[in-house]
Design a binder for this molecule. Sequence first.
Ligand code: NAD
Ligand code: MG
Length: 405
Amino acid sequence: MKSYISTWPPLAPEQPFPRRLAILGSTGSIGVSALKVVEEHPGLFRVAALAGGKNAARLADQAARFRPAVLAVLDDETANSLRAALPGDYAPEILVGPAAYEAIAASADSDLVLSAIVGAAGFLPTLAAAKAGKRIALANKESLVLGGRLIRQACRESGALVLPVDSEHNALFQALCGHADEDGQELARLILTASGGPFRGRDAAFLASVTPEQALNHPNWSMGAKISVDSASLMNKGLEVIEACHLYGLPVGRVDVLVHPQSIVHSLAEYVDGSQLAHLGVPDMRIPIAHCLCFPRRVELAMPRLDLAQVGGLTFERADEGLFPCLRLAREAYAASHSHPAVLNAANEAAVELFLNGAIGFMDIPLLIETALGRHAPLAVDCAAADLLAVDAEARDRARKDAGL
Ligand code: NAD
Ligand code: MG
């Protein structure tokens, strides 16, 4: 499919095993799940590099088990704690600061990069991996929202291959694979499923008073804090609509959302003849992670099998965009201009942080985002990464000021 973000994967050259794997964000929810997949299949991977943020203890534990030659952390303090916690017979190179993630992403010592940092901080490393022609297992959806056009362009120029880890996009990828239609002409629309989050069916008064603890309590998935709040506000689905547009080259009007509380059907591709192809599975991120890391090979995973008789029923309903405005805001941002999604993403990240710190209410999140989008003057479509990052920084700053902080 030529509209796919990079080379259409079935046409990409086979990548031999063992694959040399670099994980950006190894100490997070996705990173930990990925290392479980690696642990289950030790012959398929060599861990070349692990990058965490500030969790020195967890990174030290992972590093001691997988012994990569290179580690990265955000600051010197974490680097010192990390060094002190490593076993005496192992002295990896420890890189520090944001540039370290880009260096690891582009390093000649790996062929496969799992991009699993949370938020816009994942953008430059993902872009670096794309420029270096890597095979990228992409969990960091924010990088596509912020700079999807630049990542697309870098992949085209370098031959980098993006494989989507996000469960919905991985489901779509599997529903699109094997379809002979290289231009995507036979694809009618994509349907992203959404669990509806912990607040599905609640009313406006309830939403106005929810606490961070309630928002973090996702019914089906166990995830990092930021994406859990995004799932509760439906911003996660909004970001995913934009992610799907960049990955599969479709206009936003052809990417629909369907709430499916059981999280068993992970998304659907609808063709022009009315056929809908879906991917089903238990809600466990090891499935899409393993699919990307081993693609096109499938490997066994130790987890309970999906038993549809036990699930009993699968239900679907429309999303309530009145109560959950973030989904509408994301569609509007993507339609408004090339740079509005950067504002959407940055204002959302700032607002989620403020909400988690108890500084604002849950329903202030969409209000801050809408204000930020309203005042943004679009950048030229061929703007550079630095321009988008300047927009990102300004939107964060102003969202905090709008919140009175
Ligand atoms: P998380 O918060 O659990 O982990 C984030 C990781 O990024 C950690 O390793 C952390 O140390 C690192 N990190 C945080 N800030 C950083 C910074 N400024 N610089 C460098 N590293 C930094 O997040 P997660 O739930 O694992 O999500 C990671 C990404 O995957 C997000 O983009 C999320 O949207 C996406 N994703 C997650 C899931 C899931 O089930 N968790 C599903 C689909 C997509
Ligand atoms: Mg998802």
